[in-house]
Design a binder for this molecule. Structure first.
Ligand code: URP
Ligand code: ZN
Ligand code: ZN
Length: 460
């Protein structure tokens, strides 16, 4: 089947041009101005932008965490992704201690298979390293799982020690893998948390105060040191703090292969949110926590200068009622995480492009092209080119949006960006040539999203 999208302004990470897009089945087969090609389906983009489908490389769907399970599963989460212009996600398959990595992947494949509205892949989170697990790493890279996540925080749950960090960096780096970390010093946080609780400081604000920026900066620096020792490429997830960013920038100046992502929550929200009345601060309990007002401008400038390469959501949704409220009298019982999968693209467009902080091409790079390159999905995904998947978003830069839990597609009872507004709305979203989202309505089918094997790490 052939589909022709006419009259759009095609935006990639490197260019903006007027071109019509001809799709055959799942792939783009031609890009030309004023196309006269015959097609079975014709769309008029009406002068709007056409973006490559966005890629969210940090999601947690149907994840058991903090004594409960995230509110979004692979169906609701990927429908919300489609609504927001995201056509591929990479979620985390987390090893339960004692399990092999293969078993962890089987568990996560079972959750996702036949349920996704957009394409998906998995990182493997290692929580319990031994010789057998180490031996699984090189073959997994070859099988389409080139990225391994380690947590330097969540003591007693996911946290690993420095020997594990070093050994995984060595093994993965030599085999074409990329190691990702949650960089916060879990031991420091554990001590501070106990002090807070002993002093009766139990409200959501103390979640943030028990996880100071120094705990992140120290962990980032330690991880970079180990990456340097091993020569392995390394990536820091959800970087939140200006000091930590400084460590990344310094490492990159020295020529190290250090990459980092930040997330919309650290660009748009700040520590003041923890004081929302009636336990409202629990909505923002996530790790790392929200930082002081003003910190966000350092992150925006990190995005602009290239020291931060990716904006991902770290979507990890828990309902306020029935989940977050488990921690009403003790902030450590509030499950950590917040939703963001649906709103990531329009927030970065509104704050970044309309806010005059980044160009439209840089915006595409941050939400689509750089994630595709770093995570082994390029050039099938992350760009608009002949031969690429027809994952496309017709985006109206002049339409108004206002974010609300009342209208979002995420299966969670609040939205941390409630009332945020701006201009820029995805009108139509195509996944491998099929229209899946049209003028506010999901018109695809859960199950049409395919698992995507990813290539070994090959730089940017
Ligand atoms: O608070 C967060 N970020 N929850 C999700 C798990 C993680 O640390 O990424
Ligand atoms: Zn994390
Ligand atoms: Zn996460």
């Amino acid at each position: 089947m052939r589909t022709l999208i006419k009259n759009g302004i095609v935006v990639t990470a490197s260019a903006t041009s007027h071109a019509d897009i001809l799709i055959e089945d799942e792939k783009i087969i031609a890009l030309e101005a004023n196309s006269t090609a015959a097609a079975d389906l014709n769309f008029d983009a009406g002068g709007k932008y056409i973006f490559p489908g966005a890629i969210d490389v940090h999601t947690h769907l149907e994840m058991p965490f903090g004594g409960t399970v995230t509110a979004d599963d692979f169906t609701s989460g990927t429908i919300a992704a489609a609504a927001g212009g995201t056509t591929c996600i990479v979620d985390y398959a987390i090893q339960t201690p004692g399990q092999s990595l293969g078993e962890a992947l089987e568990t996560w494949h079972r959750k996702a298979e036949g349920r996704c509205a957009v394409d998906y892949g998995f990182h493997v989170a290692i929580t319990d390293l031994n010789e057998n697990v180490m031996a699984e790493i090189p073959p997994l890279i070859e099988k389409g799982y080139p990225t391994f996540k380690l947590f330097m925080a969540y003591k007693g749950v996911f946290q690993v020690d420095d020997a594990t960090l070093l050994n995984v960096l060595k093994t993965s780096g030599h085999a074409g893998g990329l190691v990702l970390v949650h960089a916060e010093n879990g031991d420091v946080i554990d001590v501070l948390t106990k002090e807070m609780l002993a002093a009766g400081k139990v409200e959501p604000l103390y979640h943030a105060l028990s996880r100071p920026p120094q705990a992140e900066e120290e962990a980032v620096n330690r991880f970079i040191t180990m990456a340097e020792l091993t020569g392995a490429p390394a990536y820091i997830v959800h970087l939140s703090d200006a000091g930590a960013l400084g460590r990344v920038a310094e490492a990159r100046i020295r020529g190290l292969q250090i990459y980092a992502e930040t997330c919309p929550q650290y660009l748009f929200l700040n520590i003041g949110s923890y004081e929302e009345p009636d336990f409202g601060g629990a909505k923002y309990v996530m790790s790392p926590p929200l930082r002081e007002e003003g910190n966000e401008e350092f992150l925006w400038s990190g995005l602009e200068t290239g020291n931060l390469q990716v904006v991902a959501s770290d979507h990890c949704s828990f309902n306020l009622k029935g989940q977050k409220d488990m921690g009403r009298s003790n902030f450590t019982k509030i499950p950590n995480g917040a939703p963001g999968l649906e709103n990531r693209v329009q927030l970065v467009f509104a704050g970044g492009v309309n806010g005059g902080r980044i160009s439209i091409n840089k915006f595409i790079d941050l939400v689509s092209t750089a994630p595709a390159r770093l995570f082994g999905l390029y050039p099938e995904k992350g760009t608009i080119a002949v031969g690429s998947d027809a994952d496309l978003v017709i985006f109206d830069p002049d339409a108004d949006f206002e974010i609300s839990a009342a209208t979002h597609h995420q299966n969670v009872d609040y939205n941390p960006y409630e009332g945020f507004g701006g201009k820029g709305v995805p009108r139509q979203v195509f996944s491998r040539g099929r229209l899946i989202f049209d003028e506010g309505r999901f018109v695809g089918e859960p199950g049409q999203g395919m698992f995507r094997k990813r290539r070994p790490f090959n730089g940017m």
